[in-house]
Ligand binder design. Sequence first.
Ligand code: CTP
Length: 398
Amino acid sequence: MYNLTDRQIVLGVSGSIAAYKAADLASKLTQAGVRLDVLLTPAAVEFVTPLTFQSLSGRPAYVDMFDTSSAAAELHIELARRAEALLIAPASATTIARVALGLAEDMISLTALATRAPIIVCPAMDPQMFEHEATQGHLETLRGRGAHVVGPEVGRLASGHTGPGRMSEVDTIIGALRYVLGRGGDLGGKKVVVSAGGTQEPIDPVRYFGNYSSGKMGYALAEAARDRGADVVLVSGPAALPHPYAVRLLSVRRAAEMRDAVLDECAAADAVIMAAAVADYQPAEAVGQKIKRRREGLSLSLVRTPDILAELGQREGLVKVGFAAESEELLANARRKLEEKGLDLIVANDVTAEGCGFGSDTNKVILLDGQSEEELPLLDKYEVAARVLDRVAALVRR
Ligand code: CTP
């Protein structure tokens, strides 16, 4: 799954109460197809056991570098050599210090010293320890060497204190790993603008015109583009989805705001993918006060919103991809939009088909580009995104 299948990752778990979350991380990474080797510090073993990780990853977990019954001592070199990334989660203050100073005192710091793979550090500790100059200095050193520091988040800690120190959510950490592994992919160095979600057109201070778009397709596209190296800008209408790691998120509400953001960002983009369900109409005038209930009915006068894809026009070097969500005449409507909006590719889907509606995690689409029509099976939205991006990558190269 994602760009994680068959990747060789080393997870270092150090001594923090957040170690229990590392079990979930190990489970999700293994389910995504990662070949995961887990290293624990002796302090981590006070919180969780190697057996926990062995059971989840299906591979041995290592603690003691002096254990003569295992090949652990030589193994760190081998693990360090074959690792595509070293993920340290949770990273305690002590482990951060050891790695920054190059002290090889346990399996994690040994491996960190021996590897040339990128290192992702996910701090977890009490706010006083995190904010201490020593820890901040070590993190700065690590960043200076190219390490990625993910989190910590601000929140309530196991100690009862509130502040920065909570390890980032497992999905955020996996997003960081996907980002790191994706660098140098076939969209490396390319800027991709993706729009997502539905727009909301205000009627009065408490009401709006909207649609059922969840944003899932657009967010999947943004993540999939990031996973193959693109610099991604996600222009999103209101959506109840987490901010994807290393994606620049511009939150908008109205079609007019989405237009401004997309046009701005496209000035220097290589590709734009309009997955958003943009409202076609907006109330002719914004009413400043709440419309009161009356005896008679209510008519609202509507005017057209800007057609963003059409306004983008044709620019040499900008690949334009649109979506056509239809409830009838799927291909005829999609072909017409491909032509009228001057698109390189359109992704057509029948929103009434099973597994394709707004909010579903799957989609069944046809890709049309003027020459050919490629019908894809019902796929997870990430897989649909990956197939769309295969085409985008080829178009960008051309
Ligand atoms: N789109 C846009 N600006 C709009 C409306 C739509 O850029 N004001 C984009 C959508 O993001 C999508 C494509 O155009 O990529 C087609 O959107 P759709 O709503 O299917 O097309 P419309 O042109 O609005 O046609 P209709 O609503 O009549 O189907």
